[in-house]
Design a protein around this ligand. Structure first.
Ligand SMILES: Nc1ncnc2c1ncn2[C@@H]1O[C@H](COP(=O)(O)OP(=O)(O)O)[C@@H](O)[C@H]1O
Ligand SMILES: [Mg+2]
Length: 257
């Protein structure tokens, strides 16, 4: 059975997509079978791995409407892992999902569970149906927070909402769900980033990962090149951070099973 990790925070621009794609690539480079799920209508993960969301057909919409199984829309990437790509029809899913349908993605992914060691979900920002589906499908929420821009409030907004709403509503399914904070865009040269991490550790303690992803222009560049940094510049300290995240995930998931 795959271990399912959602990269989730309602705030935008904190590194969800960058983290999901580079962690997927790193896990795959470490020999794991990985599926990346792009739930965001911006389709950044889909583009990052070199696919054109406008050419996807059938799409996630048809999967959510129960017209095709998820395996039909699955594509291989050049980086050793597979992807369920996003498309412009994601907005239509958002509109058609009723409150109470937060469990759909969990059901959709079920038949693929045996084929992968890890399923990583890139979720859209905002408090809306697809983000909620990403949360309810996950064994672990990995919450990317920017160490440079204040996103601690964003972390507590997510954590409180998940614990109060979803852990209550889906008590059975989410009994063992865990939450971890991953700091991104970390600048060790200033006092600000270390301060933000310290403050956050006082609240979230050992649930803050000890890997801080450095701020570097190489991440936006790797997006422009449609290639994860772990493939573009594997020795770069930005890529190395995601190898360490991947290693931590493998060790952690092993201890759970
Ligand atoms: N560690 C980092 N250092 C510098 N820029 C980053 C880093 N992580 C992400 N970025 C850039 O910040 C922007 C937002 O990141 P992204 O991963 O798309 O966030 P989200 O998916 O949460 O909206 C993108 O332009 C991305 O390339
Ligand atoms: Mg994104």
């Amino acid at each position: 059975m795959a271990y399912v990790i959602s990269f989730t925070i309602y705030k935008g621009g904190t590194g969800k997509t960058t983290s999901a794609v580079n962690t997927a690539a790193a896990l795959s480079q470490l020999g794991q079978r990985v599926l990346l799920v792009d739930l965001d209508q911006q389709a950044s993960s889909t583009r990052y791995v070199g696919l054109n969301p406008d050419e996807v057909n059938p799409t996630f919409y048809h999967v959510f409407m129960n017209q095709v199984p998820a395996s039909v829309i699955r594509q291989e990437t050049r980086f050793g892992f597979d992807v369920l790509p996003s498309s412009s029809l994601m907005a239509a899913i958002e509109e058609s999902l009723e409150p109470g349908e937060e469990r759909m993605l969990r059901t959709i992914l079920q038949p693929l569970q045996e084929e992968y060691d890890y399923i990583l979900i890139d979720t859209p920002p905002g408090k809306a149906a697809l983000a909620f589906n990403g949360i309810v499908a996950a064994d672990m929420l990995l919450v990317p927070a920017s160490a440079e821009r204040m996103s601690i409030d964003g972390v507590s907004d997510l954590v409180n909402h998940v614990q109060e709403i979803f852990w209550h509503k889906f008590r059975e399914e989410l009994r063992d769900q865990e939450i971890r904070v991953l700091f991104t865009m970390y600048k060790s040269s200033t006092k600000h980033s270390p301060g933000v991490v310290q403050a956050s550790k006082r609240i979230y303690r050992e649930n803050v990962l000890n890997v801080y992803v450095p701020e570097t222009i190489e991440f936006p560049r790797s997006f422009e090149q449609r290639t994860p940094l772990t493939h573009l510049l594997p020795a770069h300290h930005g890529a190395q951070a995601y190898y360490r995240v991947a290693e931590w995930i493998i060790t952690h998931a092993r201890a759970k099973t």
